[in-house]
Ligand binder design. Structure first.
Ligand code: KMH
Ligand code: ZN
Length: 276
């Protein structure tokens, strides 16, 4: 079977040290968590920036310091910046980081409830705006789909040539307000993808490892990390992002999936052109 791409979402914008002490805020903590995840087998680091006090920020200056510090220690890792930011941020605020011309970024493909009164807003015009910015700067985007309607939205934008191949998706399942992460949800989404698409799966909370295993079994890729889930197993907090990645590497062995290094990952996602 094809090699397995592991993405590690080390920080997120919502999870705090009160939930798990290992959540990184400072630049040094970001580097430590990214390096640990990379050493364990992650080739992509999905990155949200934080201020030292933990508050989320999309400011490009802060992202630059964090990205430079990570690449100094692990120069070949693929950094995927979040353009989702945190709930309530404006489109322009979320897009600020794109002017750094990162190698990879997320493209959130629809609006959804995010628990309580929160709504994560991604209008059709937002999606078109982000996709256009990323095409112009040759930034590889991963299309984050939290439910089936988001995939349908990408299919409409593909027809209009606003979204262009090669297509890479991520299913983010189990968000409080989104789609659940049962096996049938995963199969439904996977079977709804456009021809030739690659995909990764991010299971939130208790779905993290059940979905990881399903994706490994079906030839898909996997995202884990403290952004999505803070537990190594029921009732046991993960000590680090690396612990979560190691658990995926262990699962991959069961299905004879080799782990993709960053160079393999660039080939699988067809993103070698830009990375000289
Ligand atoms: N923090 C969420 C509101 C992304 O990174 O693109 C959005 C999010 C998605 O995490
Ligand atoms: Zn994120």
């Amino acid at each position: 079977m094809n090699k397995l791409i592991i993405t590690c979402a080390i920080s997120g914008a919502e999870v705090m040290k009160e939930h798990n002490q290992a959540v990184p805020y400072t630049v040094d903590e970001m580097v430590e968590q990214a390096k640990g995840a990379y050493d364990a087998g992650a080739s992509i680091i999905h990155l949200h920036a934080r201020e030292d006090d933990g508050s989320p920020t999309q400011a490009k200056a802060r992202f630059k310091v964090i990205i430079d510090a990570i690449l100094k220690v692990i120069p070949d890792v693929i950094i995927q910046v979040s353009t989702g930011g945190a709930v309530g941020m404006s489109r322009e605020e979320r897009a600020d980081v794109l002017s750094l011309n990162p190698e990879m970024a997320t493209l959130d493909c629809g609006t959804l409830n995010f628990g309580g009164d929160d709504i994560f807003v991604n209008t059709e015009n937002d999606i078109i705006y982000f996709a256009d910015r990323m095409h112009r700067n040759k930034i590889k985007y991963e299309m984050e789909c939290f439910e089936k309607g988001h995939i349908d939205m990408t299919r409409r934008l593909i027809k209009k040539a606003i979204i262009k191949p090669p297509y890479h998706f991520s299913f983010v399942l189990g968000v409080n307000g989104g789609m659940t992460g049962e096996e049938r949800d995963f199969i439904f989404l996977k079977d709804s993808l456009p021809e030739g698409a690659t995909y990764s799966v991010a299971g939130i909370g208790r779905y993290e490892f059940t979905l990881a295993e399903l994706s490994i079994k079906h030839g898909g890729h996997v995202r884990v990390g403290l952004e999505d889930n803070i537990y190594l197993e029921k009732g046991v907090l993960a000590k680090s992002n690396a612990e979560l990645v190691k658990k995926v590497v262990h699962l991959a062995k069961k299905y004879n999936r080799e782990i993709a290094n960053p160079s393999d990952t660039r080939k699988i996602l067809m993103m070698e052109e830009r990375h000289e």
